[in-house]
Design a protein around this ligand. Sequence first.
Ligand code: SF4
Ligand code: SF4
Length: 346
Amino acid sequence: MEKILKKSDLGKWVGKLSAFDCYAPTKENDHWEFNQVTYLDSLPEDYTQVNVPLKKVVLPNREVLFNFEDNRNGGPHIQEVLPEEKEVVVFGVRGCDARGVALLSKIFSESSPDIYFERRKNQLYVVGLSCYPLPGDNCFCLSVGGGPFSTQGMDILLSDIGRKYFVEVLTPKGEKLVELGWEFFAEPNDQDRQDRLRREKKAQEMFNLEIHEAEKKAGVLHHLFEDKIWKTESFRCLKCGICTYLCPTCHCFDIADELASPVPLQGKRVRVWDTCQFPDFTMHSSGHNPRPDKSSRLRQRIMHKFLYFVETYGEIMCTGCGRCVSKCPVGIDIVNILNRVESHEG
Ligand code: SF4
Ligand code: SF4
């Protein structure tokens, strides 16, 4: 379903969504983050992407799974802590971040259903904002199956066409949001559709970064497990984990028990973000570490996204958001690496 929403009516529509927790990009010093908002009169027109991607809504960086205590008389007692029952609408989501949640769903919903992820995902409404006219300097979503007007993982896509948004309503959840403020939506005309198409084409032409034939990298990487490029490229890695924490599709986690009291035993089990870029991520209790060096860890990060995930799910586990390129403090660049392995240069 396609609709038109005047920009001046955005706030009135959002005002009808008081039953939801609403989030939108808000500026924090020099960057943007999704934060809860009590009203939303406009969406920013000068931002490329938020710092921490949408995955934080469905896979928080710290999540209590259950509380436990040892009742001396009654034995151990476990109380599951499920996510709060609260529907959440996130506005202004870029295509790369919405696709990130769609890719995470392959793991946490389809492959190994995770009740915590699924409950958050089922309660999430994604109102996207197409990337016009601002693909970032390090964006390369077009190379990996996405695009500045991608709709995958969204319930609604808003596209700026001047003084109004072209609204694509993509799912029953999207229809529900529109129905709550139906009086603010109108039917698009041919000019609106042409404006939207023209802007999508223009946005696509503005990209100047790509992974050449990204879909063929799995076949190349298959032969590069022992290649010297991993050692050369990982030499300056600081093991900080930024590239994975800020990636919309990276999802490694650790599970730990936090004790409130040792006697009587009482505490909580928590799930926290972890990363394959930390040396102890794969450390066995025997002391053996199958990925003992930076070289094997960088190889894992790239192979997981462009080979192993492709073999398992048929899709590249990278949405081309460019964060790992922009945010790596020492300039390790996944695009550069993958374009070089094409020619087997080490
Ligand atoms: S690998 Fe890098 S560019 Fe790809 S989705 Fe993750 S952070 Fe973005
Ligand atoms: S962001 Fe850069 S330095 Fe930090 S772990 Fe990733 S590759 Fe290494």
